[in-house]
Write a protein that binds this ligand. Sequence first.
Ligand code: ATP
Ligand code: MG
Length: 643
Amino acid sequence: MADDIIEVKPEIAATAHIDAAKLAAMVAAEARDAEAFWRTEMGRVAWMKEPTKIKSVDFTGDVSIKWFEDGVLNASVSCLDRHLARRGDQVAIIWEGDDPNSDAKVTYRELHKRVCKLANAMRRLGVKKGDRVCIYLPMIVEAAVAMLACARVGAIHSIVFGGFSPDSLSSRIQDSECTLLITADEGRRGGRKVPLKANADEALLTCPSIRHVVVAKNTGGAVEMMAGRDHWWDAITSGEGETCEPEPMSSEDPLFILYTSGSTGKPKGVLHTTGGYMVWASFTHENVFDYRDGEIYWCTADVGWVTGHTYIVYGPLANGATTLMFEGVPSWPDNGRFWQVCAKHKVNIFYTAPTAIRALMRDGEAPVRKHDRSSLRILGSVGEPINPEAWLWYYRVVGDERCPIVDTWWQTETGGILISPLPGAVAQKPGSATLPLPGVKPALVDNDGNLLEGATEGNLVMLDAWPGMMRTIYGDHARFGQTYFSTFKGMYFTGDGARRDADGYYWITGRVDDVINVAGHRMGTAEVESALVAHPAVAEAAVVGMPHEIKGQGIYAYVTLKAGVDSTEALRKELVAWVRKEIGPIATPDAIQWAPGLPKTRSGKIMRRILRKIAANETEGLGDTSTLADPGVVQELIDNKVG
Ligand code: ATP
Ligand code: MG
């Protein structure tokens, strides 16, 4: 498959923060003197005491990562207070409800006030620096207020996605021994109500560490309140003052814990600290999205995921942006909702996930074309490899070939984007996350940890630290070293595989646990899936290895067809021939199963771990399926297994 190249658009480069020349200068400056480079960039955040020590990192032994360590700051001040003089009346958050008729705008001044009031109330409830606070909220403004109020008083927030069950909530609260829970009566998603407080009540039966619960009134639905423990948000904040002294935080004091989504097993409490994370959030948000003053920026993620932390709240607010928070889903009331919201709020920068793009592609172009998207300037993608077919559809249909696409590769662990094109500086290739950002040192290694040079394929590692990387797994520093630094000594192992082409561009091939080995040929799942998705009848595909007597592993493909396409035997044969032609005979699928739905995490990622077990007939021990969005699809796939 020849790779398309989408050159940098002169009109984007002309006004971009970073064009090709600037990027080259930044990369050179960072290589010459990294400390000097970050000493300048650290000015992006408001310090109470400027750091003198920039970086102290050791990826060996006990693994220690520190940035700006003698600096003192408070993240909420960088996001709020310092903007008040210039931007007090600027909208900080545009909130768009699940119901298309409900929205709200909150200025920086108003947000500051609401954060201070809640922070004061939290202090009154006994919350102090270092305490863990669990946030279990829908996508309402209160979620951002709660995060910033925690930061204000120095409490460590741990957000649990509102779609998680009482069990998942309980285990996360227990793991980090949270003392306060902030939730709402109910959430709304796709026209349905989610019983958050009832879920929380059930979870709290097994969470003795929780002393207080703050409940935001959202839908007004009936809930039970336990006297002494549960407090209505409005009642406890109404009498509080509108200013609140920010807690002075050391740069390396924790800002938040976030449990990874669990695509690969038991969730880990990823811990991020304050100074380096905030610098990284601001640096990447401004440069990757080329954010310019006054623009409307929309990231469709949920604050329950790291993308919501860094690119709905901390990055945009640190940069004085207007950030849109969306309560709903792309398919409700109809599948034109994303574009209707873009038209309504004149969105300039739009950031979503491949799973959403593939789902919307199934329904064709009409729902997109119906809405005015002329305000859009930059498009972004995150969460999974984006198949070239989906990339081109996003580019052509959504962006009218006008908007660069930034395919951003990163992880909960990395705190922010590491590999991505910069829209004014880097030509894009559909399906490639392209090049590392300045200060990011990726490398590919073989299974013995030997560095691989040039155009090649291997395990993706990072050779050095960047300011926003995780510092530990909460309560288990040994597991941190074991998980990320023991596979390849002295390197951070991402768990992903990648190919690097002759231009030095990175192509993420998927998680290395998902790699298929057919008769000695290693194959990333992304490549075979992209070949299938490139067929006009296919909406989505998931590929796993299955035991094969001769080849060691064979290729088992689960295929979701586009709306209105019949699943015939002829089509099955056609798809097998298609993949052979696109990639080569070695990639010939041994089995294709029609899959009306695929098992996905609640953030929309395909869970191949489960598909692998189904393909191997090992359906007894499917492992932890509690983070699946729709556990029902698993039984359907088991019942219709082929071969
Ligand atoms: P867990 O670590 O618990 O299994 P997870 O890895 O899905 O869950 P995240 O940290 O949200 O949790 O996701 C990071 C992973 O998502 C990356 O390691 C990579 O596999 C994938 N990913 C994210 N963005 C991209 C991208 N632009 N291209 C390719 N893959 C991506
Ligand atoms: Mg991961």
